[in-house]
Structure formats: C-alpha cells, structure tokens
Design a protein around this ligand. Structure first.
Ligand code: UD1
Length: 367
C-alpha cells in the first residue's frame, strides 16, 4: 500500500516532519511519497524548513506559487490530480488548514482515494477566515480524523462523523517542537541571526503577524503597530515579518520604530531559539498559540477568536483581538506575572506521529 503526504505552506512543514521521521525509523507496512505543492516557495518560507527539520526532498513538487485563493487552489488541484492518476496512492494524508490541504483532499476524494486529515475538527466559528472554510470542507470529505484537542472531536461528532473515524492522538506539531528543543539544548546554536539579539536583550518579546484580517487593512495594521510600539517601551520586541505583512507596511507607508527589531521570516530553528526564551509572544498565528502553551510561555493572540481553545482553557494563551488598548493592557498584565499560568494539554507528549501511523497501518489493512 502507498500513501501520499501533502505539504504546501510553512505551517505544514513542521507537522509532516515528525511523521516522516517516524516513518523512516519505525516499520510501517506501507510506502510513502512526499508531495510539496509549492504554495510557499521563498527560500526562507520553504527550503530552510526542509533542511532544518530533516525532511527529505519531495517526491513530487507541484510548483504552484502564489495567486488568488481560486487560482492557487485550482492549480494545486490540477497538478495533484495528474500525479494521483499516474501514481495512484491508497491514501492521501493532509495536515492543517491551508489552501493545499483543501485542494488535495478534494482531488483525492473525487478519485476514490481515502483521505486522512491531521489536525482535524478545529473550528474558529469565523467563516470569514479562509482557513475555516478549508477546515470545514476538508473535514466534510475526510475518512480518518486525527484530532489534537477535545474540541476537535466534539465538533466532528456534532457534524455527524462516525465515532470510530475520530482519533484523539495529540499533536504532531508538538512532537516536532520537543524534538527540535532537545536538539537546540544539546547543541546551542550560535550562528542564528537571533543569537546576537538575545545576547543584547536578556529579556524580550516576540511578535508575528500575517493574518489578512490584521494586516490587509491600513487602520488595523497601524493600530497594532501603535500598540506594539507602546509595549516595546517596557520590553524590547523582535518581529520577523511575513512577506504579506512586509508588502502592506510598505504599501500603507507605515514605519516600525527603533524599539522593535525587524527581521526577514526566520527559519524554524532560529525562530524557536528566539521564542523558547521569550518573556512574551504576541501573534496572530494558529500554531504559535499551541507551541507557547506547550512550553509555558505567555501568549497574547491578536485575533477575535481561536480554533484552538485548549490553549486558553488550559494553556498560557489570551485572545485579545486587534484593539490597541487591549493589546497593551494584556501585555502589561503578562509582564507583571499575573497572566495565565497554564499546563500542557493531554497527549501533547511527543508521540502523536506514532499514534497516527499505528492507526493508519491497522486501518489500511482492515479495508
Ligand atoms: C498561508 C495560509 C495560512 C498560514 C500562512 C503561514 C492559506 C489560506 N493560508 O497564508 O493559513 O497561516 O500561510 O505562513 O493557505 N508569499 C511570498 N513568498 C512565499 C509565499 C507567499 O512572498 O513563499 C507572499 C505572496 O505575495 C503571496 C502572499 O505572500 O501572495 C500570501 O501567500 P499565501 O500562500 O497565499 O498565503 P499566506 O498569507 O502565506
């Protein structure tokens, strides 16, 4: 039997890395092929992740690049269909909620190929988010659901999915996190561009921002930068900038003050080296809410909602939206030490990949 593992954008790469590592180490009764859709293509958005996370070169590279949602999704679909027809897999594994996840699950399903969705069932309740559409559509046609937190299983059950297709396995991204933290601890890296910043600033905060709802509107983005400027008077901040955000800062003629150090997008390890020792993280990412919870670092999420509620209920995350005053108030609270304390959620133990692959081994041969 054969499975295709699909990755397309930056947040996919850290999720497939531990699955592939486990496939190479363990003995599983199927062969696998890695498909990179090319949704992210810049060296620092893609290649460095493959190198650092020890992901082998993809067997197929679809090279789709950027475009409107329809354009990008359509290109992935056309190219993925070709390889599925030529080299027919028994199962397609998709991870997360990016356009590549959606595109490949639809193609597989229509060709009668089983679909496994890793990180299934998450819902922000905000259908204006492109990722929410991707999650709902992918889950509506998947056969195997691998869930990171209880809310995921609850949503899938409420949507009528059979109980035995839902597997609460923990989180592959946390498998990767622990693996990479251990690697960094074994061999502290001095060559990262972030090392110098850490030496100069023993205490600091980290910012990431790329969600269209925050960065595509001039007023919203200006307000967030104002809030960050104020936070930076109490705590030096470092801000690796996503290409979308960079383009909009330029377009809107905004400036980032000196108290906030900006960098190009960082590699996974350079970024981990930074945030694992931060006093505070301010972000609108999905995954970083979880990685900070797993490491017990205070996280302020610049969004109105989260599809990862466990990070708020049990972890260190607070949801503050994009209102500048709230951002500043919550940052001060976190700095005073009165923020959420947090504990590590159930099954976020570094073994999700093993659980997923064991389940799939049984399932593929039971059919
Ligand atoms: C995508 C995901 C989002 C994820 C984010 C992480 C979807 C709908 N969104 O958003 O869930 O959190 O990745 O990074 O799939 N660009 C480059 N170089 C690249 C890739 C993109 O310059 O390697 C620029 C292009 O101008 C492009 C824009 O970034 O138009 C947006 O890229 P796209 O892949 O459409 O979405 P992201 O905003 O990266």
């Amino acid at each position: 039997k054969k499975i295709f593992i699909v990755a397309g954008a930056r947040p996919n790469f850290m999720k497939i890395a531990p699955i592939i590592r486990e496939l190479r180490q363990g003995s599983y009764p199927f062969e696998y092929k890695l498909v990179h859709t090319g949704q992210h293509y810049d060296k620092e958005m893609s290649d460095v992740f493959f190198e650092e996370l020890e992901i082998p070169s993809p067997d197929y590279h679809l090279d789709v690049g950027s475009g409107s949602h329809a354009e990008q999704t359509a290109k992935v679909m056309v190219r993925f269909e070709e390889i599925c027809m030529k080299d027919r897999p028994d199962l397609v594994m998709v991870v997360g909620d990016v356009n590549s996840t959606l595109a490949c699950s639809i193609v597989a399903k229509k060709l009668g190929i089983k679909v496994a969705h890793v990180e299934a069932g998450l819902r922000s309740g905000d259908i204006r988010m492109p990722e929410e559409v991707n999650r709902i559509v992918t889950d509506s046609i998947s056969d195997y659901f691998f869930v990171t937190e209880k809310s995921g299983a609850d949503h899938l059950l409420a949507e009528g999915k059979p109980k035995d297709s839902i597997h609460f396995v923990g989180h592959v991204m946390i498998d990767n996190l622990f693996h990479q933290v251990e690697k960094l601890n074994r061999r502290p890296e001095t060559s990262f561009e972030t090392t110098f910043f850490k030496q100069r600033h023993p205490s600091y905060g980290v910012v990431t921002l790329h969600r269209p709802s925050n960065v595509d509107n001039q007023e919203t983005l200006a307000g967030i930068i104002r809030a960050l400027t104020e936070v930076s008077t109490a705590l030096p901040l470092i801000f690796p900038i996503h290409p979308r955000t960079q383009a909009n800062i330029r377009k809107f003629g905004l400036t980032i003050p000196d108290g906030i150090v900006t960098t190009k997008p960082l590699s996974y390890m350079a970024f981990l080296n930074l945030f694992k020792d931060a006093r505070l993280v301010l972000t609108d990412s999905g995954g970083i809410q979880e990685e900070t919870t797993a490491l017990g670092i205070p996280c302020i999420t610049l969004r109105e909602n989260t599809e990862r509620p466990i990070t708020v209920e049990e972890g260190t995350n607070v949801i503050v939206g994009s209102d500048p005053e709230r951002i500043v108030a919550e940052a001060k609270k976190a700095l005073s030490g009165s923020g959420a304390a947090g504990k590590r959620p159930e099954l976020w133990d570094g073994k999700a990949s093993v659980r997923i692959l064991t389940t799939l081994s049984d399932a593929l041969y039971a059919d």
